[in-house]
Design a protein around this ligand. Structure first.
Ligand code: SF4
Length: 432
């Protein structure tokens, strides 16, 4: 599940300046999950969708072990295994794929949206999933829509799977009426409870139409058009944002909704775009903002003055580093991100301490050398790196937990802060 990114510089690194910040760009070996992992949260979000990975036993094992036990009566994802004879070109994979899909949809008429998800093996044998999706959509028209995207480790890292999925869905959304009033779209899969909190706040502000993308059911996906204003809830949705912009929608620039400050700014961007009175906006968010500030105060005692190093993993790193620096008093030494979307991250970058090193991409050995030299109080990294670093006496936090936990919004700010405070508490307890 690791992949080698193409080398763009002979020494694997290059420094690029951006708006006064120096970005270290690395193109060496990286240690990140592939985009298939997005299925783990997407299959919970879109309740009548099914994700059919066209891949190997390795892909099936990744999904099965990462997703754990599926809590639904019927599975919402599976892997169509490409066998050796397929790889050797001895079988017609398209015929086999059609047979698998026909069998699946015959048995499961409840599936309204089927994603064919590409993997490393399907890319290696150049299986054309775009054509397969078109062919199968025609065959199952009126019952199930069939789309495709790639989750392969050659093309995607971890959270890019969600981006690829939503970018595939965006051109399929219905068009809004030409004379429709402004509508707000929240973009990015959020836990239902968090999404409901945001919807309540927007309703209290007086924004009449607010839709979520993805919706919880295939039949209620939001329409899109020039009257759509959208807020990215996740920082890893660059392709999705581009696909929505192609449909005429306009992105509202804001911090990402982590912590009291980020959540306030995110909500404020919508309030401004929809002409909400400033005093009314402030009165609506005041209770939540205060709850968030109170909830993080406890963790602040533990985290203030501590240094933190983010290895690139989920693309959540920059907004989280901003939250930790500004609301918890931490010092981000280096913040790594697999990809840096300059425009979407501009507001976040502007709020990071000037001395913070920003790195894009990865050359894992070089980066580990920098971790060892800096000896941060806390290192946020993937599962595979955490144990070796712990063995060297460094305290670590699994980046994956930040993706699987509800961390957005006012009411999750305390839990988010605590996710970082917990490893330090554990270290202190073990020292005694
Ligand atoms: S898509 Fe590639 S990287 Fe991901 S599990 Fe399958 S083989 Fe591994």
């Amino acid at each position: 599940m690791n992949a080698l990114a193409p080398c763009v510089a002979p020494d694997g690194t290059a420094a690029a300046p951006i708006a006064g910040t120096t970005i270290l760009r690395e193109r060496g070996q990286r240690e990140v999950f592939c985009g298939l992992t997005g299925i783990i949260w997407l299959h919970r979000k879109i309740q009548d969708a099914f994700f059919l990975v066209v891949g190997s036993r390795t892909c099936a094992h990744l999904l099965q072990s990462a997703a754990g036990v599926m809590v639904f009566a019927e599975p919402r994802f599976a892997t169509a295994i490409i066998e050796e004879r397929d790889l050797a070109g001895m079988a017609d994979c398209n015929d086999e794929l059609d047979r698998v899909v026909d069998r699946l949809l015959l048995r499961r008429p409840d599936i309204k949206l089927l994603f064919l998800v590409g993997s490393c093996p399907s890319e290696v044998i150049k299986l054309d999933l775009a054509r397969a999706a078109q062919r199968l959509s025609v065959e199952h028209v009126g019952r199930t829509r069939v789309l495709h995207y790639s989750g392969s480790g050659i093309e995607t890292t971890f959270t890019e799977g969600e981006d690829a999925c939503l970018a595939a869905l965006a051109p399929e959304l219905a068009a809004t009426a030409p004379d429709a009033a402004l509508e707000l779209m929240i973009v990015g899969a959020l836990p239902d409870v968090v999404e409901d909190q945001f919807l309540r706040l927007f309703a209290q502000m007086g924004i009449a139409t607010v839709r979520s993308f993805p919706a919880r059911r295939a039949g209620t996906m939001p329409p899109v058009g020039p009257n759509t204003r959208f807020l990215l809830a996740q920082p890893f949705l660059g392709e999705t944002a581009r696909a929505l912009a192609d449909r005429g929608a306009v992105r509202l620039d804001a911090l990402f909704p982590f912590g009291a400050e980020g959540t306030s700014d995110w909500l404020h961007a919508a309030a401004r775009a929809f002409g909400i009175d400033e005093m009314h906006f402030r009165s609506v968010i005041a209770p939540g903002r205060e709850r968030a500030q109170r909830a993080i105060a406890h963790a602040r005692e533990q985290l203030a003055g501590k240094s933190i190093f983010f290895l690139p993993d989920s693309q959540l790193e920059l907004p989280l580093a901003r939250f930790l620096a500004r609301e918890l008093g931490m010092t981000p030494l280096e913040v790594g991100t697999p990809y840096l979307h300059r425009a979407h991250m501009a507001a976040e970058l502007a709020l990071l301490p000037a001395a913070t090193v920003i790195s894009e991409g990865q050359d894992v050995d070089r980066q580990l050398d920098r971790v060892r030299a800096a000896r941060p109080d806390l290192t946020v990294c993937g599962l595979g790196l955490a144990n070796p670093l712990e063995a060297e006496g460094l305290t670590t936090k699994w980046a994956i937990e930040l993706v699987f936990s509800p961390i957005h919004g006012f009411d999750q700010a305390g839990d988010l802060a605590d996710l970082f405070a917990r490893p330090l508490r554990r270290r202190d307890v073990l020292k005694v």
